[in-house]
Design a protein around this ligand. Structure first.
Ligand SMILES: Nc1ncnc2c1ncn2[C@@H]1O[C@H](COP(=O)(O)OP(=O)(O)OP(=O)(O)O)[C@@H](O)[C@H]1O
Ligand SMILES: [Mg+2]
Length: 333
């Protein structure tokens, strides 16, 4: 197994040349981390004349090697790029797939440039512009509209191992009364705020139902991790990356995750309506499922392990938790 390693440029050059991803006369000037990521080993290769991205998945989480993760996830990501490139709107919004090495779990992608992702939205006052939200929604609409589950089921894009992992983090772990994760380390007082929800059996029952729906197969191909960390703000407009959690499921999941992050990043209260208008199939969505997934994503990002670089104070998080609870239990908000 070839191990991608920026500290070994000679082996890296030989590997890329052997694969034909680097010409015989090309050399690597720099190989460096292009941006923040936890799950995989990602490098931007610069030859001096051009740049591209290489990404390797290993049988563990890159940032926490003691935590196992499905090794084949980058191959699922490759399959997603390969499949969806047939749609012009998707192709133009994502990097082109330049290569895939299934033996070594390595993916090669077009470099979208030194763009920030949208996690800056969690800073106070940061704004997602309506036209950016419209672009993000148009992408989602094109994806859901163009790719429906084939017969027989596409077992690669069903992505069951990654779904199991995500299910644990979204629907299960945050609600264990004693999960060993001290939320006061995130923000003092957060542990106490979380306890009523973690002791609420009606809430936990509904979250379990939503989790079962998440795990069940659905008709539509989803991005599966449609939040600001998967959106890049490039000079060529808003782009989308990192579909490693993709699967055929219920559209309400992608939509709910996107909406949740509008609330988590305290965007203008008019933005959900922008989404509703831009997502042509909005009236076909199951509203109970949509608000359930929205609420679950808000709650797990506040009290689960996959924390965001939030800057909101305790009072705001209290309000967000109350909103999430209402959304999950489907009271009017
Ligand atoms: N095609 C690309 N063009 C430009 N930059 C990219 C590209 N792919 C990835 N990056 C940069 O590298 C970072 C990490 O990439 P990516 O999100 O795919 O990795 P990851 O390990 O799956 O991350 P995470 O743990 O958040 O899931 C991105 O946030 C982005 O800054
Ligand atoms: Mg990722």
């Amino acid at each position: 197994m070839f191990h991608l390693n920026a500290a070994e440029p000679q082996q890296l050059t030989e590997y890329l040349q052997e694969k034909g991803w680097l010409g015989p006369d090309e050399t690597i000037q720099t190989a460096a981390k292009p941006g923040e990521g936890n799950m995989n080993y990602v490098l931007r290769i610069d030859t001096g004349a051009r740049t591209f991205i290489v990404k390797q998945s290993r049988p563990y989480v890159e940032k926490y090697p003691q935590v196992p993760a499905p090794a084949e996830r980058v191959l699922v990501e490759g399959a997603f790029y390969r499949k969806t490139a047939s749609n012009a709107a998707i192709r133009e919004t994502m990097p082109a797939l330049l290569g895939l090495d299934p033996d070594n779990y390595i993916l090669v992608l077009e470099d979208l440039g030194e763009a920030r992702d949208f996690t800056f939205l969690y800073q106070q006052g940061a704004v997602l512009h309506p036209e950016q939200l419209t672009a993000l929604t148009t992408y989602m609409q094109a994806l859901h509209e163009s790719f429906v589950q084939p017969e027989p089921t596409d077992e690669v894009l069903a992505n069951r191992a990654m779904r199991t992992l995500n299910h644990e983090h979204i629907f299960y772990f945050p609600y264990l009364e004693d999960n060993g994760f001290d939320l006061d380390q995130v923000l003092p007082g957060l542990q106490e705020l979380s306890m009523p929800y973690r002791r609420d059996n009606d809430l936990k029952k509904r979250i379990q139902e939503l989790g079962t729906t998440y795990l069940s197969d659905g008709k539509y191909l989803l991005h599966g991790d449609y939040y600001p960390g998967s959106w890049l703000n490039t000079s060529g407009g808003v782009k989308v990356i990192d579909p490693e959690f993709c699967f055929y499921g219920h559209r309400e999941f992608d939509a709910g995750v996107l909406l949740a992050h509008l609330y988590l990043s305290e965007q203008d209260s008019g933005l959900p309506a922008v989404f509703q208008t831009a997502y042509a199939a909005y009236s076909d969505l199951n509203q109970r499922l949509l608000s359930g997934f929205t609420g679950v994503e808000i709650m797990r990002r506040l009290i689960g392990l996959a924390q965001l670089p939030l800057t909101s104070d305790l009072a705001t998080r209290r309000e967000l938790l109350a909103l999430a609870h209402q959304l999950i239990m489907n009271h009017e908000v």
